[in-house]
Design a protein around this ligand. Structure first.
Ligand code: NAD
Length: 336
């Protein structure tokens, strides 16, 4: 199948700044229709592409644009509701994160996607960011050994009030921000989740969330996140059974610490380390994962295979989110 017919939904900031420019770089993708509930927004597509159907009605787009796939960047309730409609018509679906609000809603989306036999995808771009792909390669080598522990620090300063009509700032934060980091913890932890422990501290409108995960592989994941920080930062360390430690700073540069450094020029002296950075000429979309996620999603559509960041892949992440929210509610009830 060449020249996939794609409809885009929600021409807001994320679509215009990241997803649309990435889609326009893909030779086999034809953007044939645009839908935004705000029609003047939808009309902004004329700045980027011509000869496109423009509508504020998703039903109209589905009925007449003969789509292979839709790519959406809307609020989660639209991702959820419009995904059901698209899947029922056999249209493949890619939505920005988060795809929905709760684990129950995610289960319903998974069931619908299995029934419709469509490929689903969620914009978990951190997972496809170039340094993260490099990290995944490094940690899957025999020399690195088994992942024993993953430490994740995801510092954020927002949201400090509920989003998308929700009544919980905590759930909004977990769905808007921590979803990326929890998903990385689940990905690098490997195997099945065995145990989840969490603690939420509230300071004014800000939150501090600490999380410990145990996996059937024996690996543990420790995550510190929240909105109490001055600005966004993301760091990660992975420790292996061979006493290697690999460190990712700010989703950018990787440092590999080994008991013995492999470069002969350094001799036998201890405490040398190896460093990796993305190439200075790599495109921003490639580095930040938008190109990788969409390229792999459309590859899955063409080959009728599952995409790694499918609705189903987020089941464990949503279990963790529900567990954090439940534990925080019980704590609030106990302290009331
Ligand atoms: P935005 O408000 O700028 O854009 C959303 C657009 O969707 C608006 O134009 C709105 O009119 C439209 N819309 C709303 N409901 C609709 C419906 N039912 N049908 C059609 N159009 C509808 O928001 P944004 O900042 O672009 O965020 C959009 C999504 O992208 C959010 O889910 C957000 O979490 C996600 N996002 C992801 C990342 C990331 O790191 N991957 C970064 C930023 C935003």
């Amino acid at each position: 199948m060449t020249g996939l017919r794609v409809g885009i939904v929600g021409l807001g900031a994320q679509m215009q700044e990241n997803l649309l420019p990435t889609l326009l770089q893909m030779p086999d993708i034809r953007i044939v229709a645009v839908c935004d509930s705000d029609r003047t927004r939808a009309e902004q597509i004329n700045r980027f592409v011509s000869n496109v159907m423009i509508t504020d009605s998703f039903d109209e787009m589905l009925a007449s644009a003969r789509l292979d796939a839709v790519v959406m960047a809307c609020p989660p309730q639209a991702h959820r509701d419009l995904s059901f409609k698209a899947m029922a018509k056999g249209v493949h679906v890619f939505v920005e994160k988060p795809p929905c609000f709760t684990l129950d809603e995610l289960e319903a989306l998974i069931t619908a996607s299995n029934d419709a036999k469509v490929v689903t995808g969620v914009g978990m771009n951190f997972k496809f960011a170039k340094p993260m792909q490099q990290l995944r390669k490094m940690t899957s080598t025999e020399q690195f050994g088994q992942t024993v522990h993953v430490q994740l620090n995801h510092y954020a300063s927002k949201p400090t009030s509920p989003l998308w009509g929700l009544d919980s700032t905590l759930r909004s934060f977990l769905l808007a921000q921590a979803i990326h980091t929890i998903d990385l913890g689940v990905t690098f932890g490997g195997g099945e989740l065995r145990d989840i422990e969490s603690r939420v501290q509230r300071h004014g409108d800000s939150l501090l969330v600490s999380l410990e995960l145990q996996f059937t592989t024996g690996a543990s994941v420790s995550l510190l996140s929240g909105t109490l920080f001055p600005y966004f930062e993301f760091d990660m360390k992975i420790v292996s059974s061979n006493s290697m430690m690999v460190e990712l700073n700010n989703l950018w540069n990787i440092t590999m610490h080994e008991p013995e450094h492999g470069t002969s020029a350094t001799g036998t002296a201890k405490r040398w380390r190896g460093a990796w950075q993305p190439g200075p000429l790599d495109s921003g979309y490639e580095r930040s994962g938008y190109f990788g996620e969409l390229e792999k999603f459309f590859h899955a559509v063409r080959t009728n295979t599952a995409f790694e960041a499918s609705f189903e892949s987020l089941r464990a992440t949503y279990k963790v989110i529900e567990s954090i929210c439940d534990a925080a509610e019980q704590n609030l009830a106990l302290s009331a």
